[in-house]
Write a protein that binds this ligand. Structure first.
Ligand code: ATP
Length: 528
């Protein structure tokens, strides 16, 4: 800095002030802020000791000291406010003040007993207040007897205000992070109590396609590559996303989801990126968005196909640069988030209709995973039922429920438009309606239409006559499906004949007629 008795030149002042504003807006920790703040101060005012005191009830506790006179005793110094009216006054009036030793003559020097400052030395007390709060004071001391000029006092007062704002920001950030951690831990606890943190039937699936998908999911989980989860509604996209998060190195950080279809378009930007107080009517305080909440972890953009086009550009930038601005703010926020996206709509078609940006699609679809519908993994029905009943028992307390083979056959013959979610609902309804632990076919509240004809009535009408499946083809397929459920067993209770309401010998001759060979059964049963 220049000579203190000549005020700082306007350009230098402007530069210093700009640096200070930047400092107040950084996302540094409090200790880093103090370190950089004290560096800044050395350019503005000459001192032998700068001490930062934080207010703890009615006492000021030294937390940092800088300058040739700083030592361990200064750093542990505690001042009782009641004993130093001049310091208290600086806090009450929120004005910085320069003193000489004479000014302290009635109350003694705040460093008496800790430092031996020369008689007549000068000092400055700067309050650190922002909004309603006063955080403490900054004191500057120097051995010379010359009082600090008013221009320097005024500038350091502004410094005090900005430092207090930075302290307030850091405090709010750490409060927010603490609350967020608590929420996350609470959510994890609830999730594990509800059994929701199990990945379900993925790697243990009997369907080779599903097992392969689970294997690929586990491999990509280890990276930060975005994954696009495709599949009909209720096929388990969200559960797979959670599994990918749990299998990743981010597992101890939050897993956050946002359903782009469930939030009104006007609120989505703020939900994703947060907002600052006053950004729009009703924004009464700053609020973090899901990106910030997911910092360090994973963010699932569910129903990403429904994201309004206007927001897609901002999302793309957040993905590419890992930075964004909350609504109403020009402050850039950085968040380290792994992105997973899910959709049941055809994004290629949405691109063709200009409802989805192609560049965003390529960014999200680096690693697509398509979940098969339940009707393509019926071999998992017994395992899925057991899993879902077990999961449901944790909520309802109805333990030990099981699905009888006849009921499994009925489930296997149904079309499952709602996939696993519908299956879970059917089982829950059946559990409520049955008294004992066994769920028979009559307990299943299923719509009467079964899956057998691949083409439903309306579709048949559209088909060309030559494409309509024959009755024999439909029968053949249905018998194969039931045999898959009974693992090829024809005889006895729960055998295919009983499930189909036929005598075993009738079933066998029907199989022969339809050309169902034992070889085919092995294929259906798959590797066990
Ligand atoms: N691998 C699995 N094993 C067992 N149950 C599963 C599995 N995946 C999903 N489920 C069950 O199916 C239901 C639907 O799963 P999820 O919400 O993950 O599907 P989704 O594809 O994301 O659905 P939507 O497209 O409607 O958002 C869940 O309630 C869960 O109980």
């Amino acid at each position: 800095m220049g000579d203190e008795n000549t005020p700082l030149g306007a350009p230098q002042l402007a530069r210093e002030a700009k640096d200070l504003v930047e400092l107040a807006n950084t996302e540094e920790t409090v200790s880093e802020l103090l370190r950089r703040g004290l560096d800044w101060l050395t350019r503005i005012a000459r001192f032998d000791l700068a001490t930062l005191f934080l207010l703890r009830e009615a006492r000021l506790v030294a937390v940092a000291a800088r300058g040739p006179l700083a030592n361990a005793r200064v750093r542990g110094h505690v001042l009782d406010l009641a004993a130093f009216p001049m310091v208290r006054q600086a806090l009450e009036t929120r004005r910085a003040r320069a003193f000489t030793e004479e000014d302290h003559s009635g109350e003694g020097d705040p460093f008496d007993g800790v430092l031996d400052l020369p008689p007549g030395h000068s000092c400055m007390v700067v309050p650190l207040c922002s909004g309603e709060r006063c955080y403490g004071v900054l004191t500057l001391d120097r051995s010379e007897c010359e009082t600090y000029p008013q221009t320097v006092v005024d500038l350091v007062e502004v410094y005090g205000q900005l430092l207090a704002t930075a302290l307030q920001n850091a405090e709010q950030r750490s409060d927010f992070e603490r609350l967020h951690r608590q929420d996350h831990e609470h959510a994890k606890l609830l999730e594990s109590q509800l059994g929701g943190d199990s990945e379900g039937v993925l790697e243990t699936s009997l369907s080779p396609a599903m097992r392969d998908l689970a294997r690929r999911a586990r491999q990509v989980a280890e990276t930060d590559t975005p994954v696009l989860l495709l599949g009909e509604t209720g096929t388990g996209k969200e559960r797979l996303a959670r599994a990918i998060h749990r299998w990743s190195s981010r597992a101890d950080h939050p897993f956050v989801t946002i359903n782009c279809a469930a939030i009104p378009a006007g609120l989505l930007e703020s939900e994703l990126f947060g907002h600052v107080k006053g950004a729009f009517t009703g924004a009464t305080k700053d609020r973090a968005g899901r990106f910030q909440m997911a910092h360090g972890g994973t963010l699932l953009l569910d129903e990403v196909g429904e994201l309004p086009v206007e927001l897609q550009a901002k999302l793309l930038r957040a993905l590419q640069e890992k930075t964004f601005e909350p609504v109403g703010s020009d402050r850039t926020v950085r968040a380290d988030v792994r992105i997973l996206a899910a959709t049941h709509v055809d994004l290629q078609q949405a691109i063709a209709q200009r409802r989805f940006r192609e560049d965003l699609y390529y960014r999200l679809s680096v690693f697509p995973l398509r979940l098969p519908p339940l009707r393509e993994r019926l071999e998992d029905l017994p395992q899925l039922c057991a899993f879902l009943l077990d999961e449901q028992a944790r909520r309802t307390g109805r333990r030990g429920m099981r699905v009888l083979p006849e009921a499994l056959a009925r489930l296997g013959a149904y079309d499952w438009p709602g996939n696993l979610r519908e299956l879970a609902n059917v089982l829950e309804r059946a559990t409520i309606l049955s008294r004992g632990p066994e769920l028979g076919p009559q307990a299943l509240d299923l719509p009467t239409h079964v899956r057998a004809p691949e083409a439903p009535a309306e579709k048949l009408a559209e088909d060309k006559p030559g494409k309509v499946p024959t009755l024999a083809a439909v029968q053949r397929e249905h018998i194969l499906r039931v045999l898959a459920l009974t693992k090829g067993r024809i005889y006895g209770p729960g055998g295919a004949a009983q499930l189909l309401g036929l005598k075993p010998s009738t079933l066998q001759s029907r199989m022969k007629k339809l050309g169902i060979a034992r070889q085919e059964l092995f294929i259906i049963e798959g590797p066990t």
